[in-house]
Design a protein. Structure first.
Length: 122
């Protein structure tokens, strides 16, 4: 895994993920997008890159791009963002254990301790 060359505007990628989910290809698209970004260092903010990712998992890239250009999924993505803000989520990744929020990467032992504490409190 190499650091990406650019930090993309991820709105199109998030909308493309919604398209993939609607077509039963969420995990395949998710994994292919991660490979494109982290391994191939591609800019997921570019429609041609997202089309390539879509084709790699047998999605209709032309239809997906049309959906992105017309912002068919933008209200859904924006709604998810607003919901996350209501829960105090301000970054990714964020993990919720009981009433605790963990934002960012943390050692395994931190999660293990939080989960064990949560289970003991139940």
């Amino acid at each position: 895994m190499r650091p990406p060359l650019v930090t993309p505007n991820t709105m199109y990628a998030l909308e493309a993920t919604e398209y993939a989910q609607q077509h039963g290809k969420f995990m395949e698209f998710h994994h292919a997008a991660y490979r494109a970004y982290w391994d191939e260092r591609k800019d997921l903010g570019q429609l041609d890159v997202l089309a390539e990712v879509a084709r790699s998992v047998s999605l209709d890239a032309d239809e997906m791009i049309q959906c992105l250009e017309t912002h068919e999924f933008s209200s859904r993505v924006t709604g998810q963002y607003q919901e996350a803000l209501q829960y105090g989520i301000r970054g990714i990744p964020t993990f919720v254990v009981g009433n605790l929020l963990f934002t960012g990467a943390h050692p395994y032992d931190i999660f293990k301790s939080a989960i064990n504490q949560y289970l003991n409190d139940q």
